[in-house]
Design a protein around this ligand. Structure first.
Ligand code: FES
Ligand SMILES: [Fe+2]
Length: 420
């Protein structure tokens, strides 16, 4: 349970809000490199933390991220032309480089006028198939050192789902193992025949909806664990939660991030990588995203893409959340056709920002309570005039863990040793 005040503090991410100030100390995934495929290609609208930007790749291949609205008279640069080494506003032709330098102002006769101006630009980095942005006012922290960032494209794959709710209510699903045996019941039954890592490592979950949940606070956030005792063995699953919004799946081959685009809209990134399997190549690439319902076709069909988001395809009350009541009567538990849709609907259907002042947390929700506490520490750190320590911590050695151990084993014995 959280007071309305703390809930607001945790969920609101716009400029000047306590959490918004904290999140502006982190490198944030902003879009996929594939969204800006070529020099001088079309500009892209980017939303992050309640602000609007334009991203473009100039003739040299450099990426620019500028405030969306033109410095001159606030027309949108997302309708601009990418040319002449920058982006040109189509209203009066002002031309901006990737670092915000004003290169041309055709309607201002004074030749020195432009040298007195600069558009606001933001540092970007391209790594791991993603374009990362830093929106803070102070020097950026070290760039994250996730091991998959340096891997070959053939070894990794990522998807992005755009979902219409606050980031916390999507993060909650990743530190809430009990819901897998219920919400994803039919998915687990169906996936039992799959040979994919995700399916084999989660198939035991359908037998136990009340795992023993544990948490261990850490300097990066927390370890979250779920232990199910099945056939005399303890199935121990441990997921590190990395502030501000990363969760490493216990299967060891997935990193997920829920990046707030605004208070009521989030980008759910999932990266598949384990250092050995060729997730970026067929057949694994399609097989994996098909299993969880994140092929490009499925994302588009359910309105999870930037282009699908504004369409009637986006799940909502109006289209019954894509829920198939007939399938439910015939035995499907949720009536929702994919795992991704199941998670998204429970995030969204309660409203874009869920009230938490009356929720009844139980023992299974200890991860949720720790998630709230960990997140709320971020604005506290910033208010003490510090940058969040988790913004500059190495994450290279953190991993999710899944082990089968003798019944009664203590899950903390299986924490990765090198993660301290
Ligand atoms: S509004 Fe962009 S050049 Fe005038
Ligand atoms: Fe889920």
């Amino acid at each position: 349970m959280l007071s309305t005040e703390d809930n607001e503090r945790m969920c609101r991410v716009g400029p000047g809000t306590p959490m918004g100030k904290a999140l502006r100390h982190f490198w944030l995934p902003a879009l996929s490199s594939a969204d800006l495929p070529e020099p001088n290609g079309d500009p892209v609208h980017v939303e992050l933390l309640g602000e609007s930007f334009v991203a473009f790749r100039d003739s040299e291949g450099r990426i620019g991220l500028l405030d969306e609205l033109c410095l001159h008279r606030a027309s949108s640069l997302t309708i601009g032309r990418v040319e002449s080494g920058g982006i040109r506003c189509i209203y009066h032709g002002w031309l901006f480089s990737v670092d915000g330098t004003v290169m041309e102002t055709p309607n201002a006769i004074d030749p020195t006028f432009k040298s007195r101006l600069k558009a606001r630009s933001y540092p970007t980095r391209e790594s791991g198939g993603l374009v990362w942005a830093y929106l803070g006012d102070v020097e950026p922290p070290p760039f994250p050192d996730f091991p998959w960032l340096g891997s070959e494209p053939s070894m990794r794959h990522h998807t992005v789902s755009i979902i219409g709710c606050n980031y916390v209510q999507l993060l909650e699903g990743m530190v809430d193992s009990a819901h897998l045996s219920v919400l994803h019941k039919s998915f687990l039954e169906r996936s039992a025949s799959s040979d994919l890592n995700f399916a084999t490592k989660t198939s035991h979950m359908k037998f136990d909806a009340a795992p023993a949940i544990g948490v261990e606070p850490t300097d990066f956030g927390m370890y979250y664990s779920a232990v199910r005792e099945i056939d005399g063995e303890a199935q121990i699953r441990i997921a590190p939660f990395l502030l501000p919004f990363w969760v490493l799946n216990p299967n060891g081959d997935q990193a997920s991030a829920v990046v707030p685009l605004s208070d009521e809209k989030s980008a759910f990134y999932t990266i598949w990588w384990d250092g050995e399997q060729r997730f970026g190549e067929e057949p694994l690439r399609t097989k994996q995203v098909e299993l969880v319902g994140r092929t490009p076709e499925l994302l588009e069909a359910h309105g999870f893409t930037r282009s699908g988001y504004a369409s009637p395809r986006r799940m909502g009350r109006e289209n019954g959340w894509h829920q198939d009541r007939d399938a439910m009567r015939k035995g499907h538990f949720s009536g929702l056709p994919t795992l991704t849709l199941e998670d998204a609907v429970v995030g969204v259907a309660g409203g874009p920002i869920r009230p938490r002042d009356r929720e009844m947390l139980c023992a299974a929700d200890v991860g949720i309570a720790m998630l709230y506490r960990s997140l709320l520490k971020l604005p506290q750190e910033v208010e003490r005039n510090q940058r969040p320590s988790s913004a500059s911590r190495s994450v290279a050695n953190l991993r999710g863990v899944h082990v089968s151990a003798p019944a009664g084993s203590n899950w903390k014995e299986f924490l990765p040793k090198s993660s301290a």
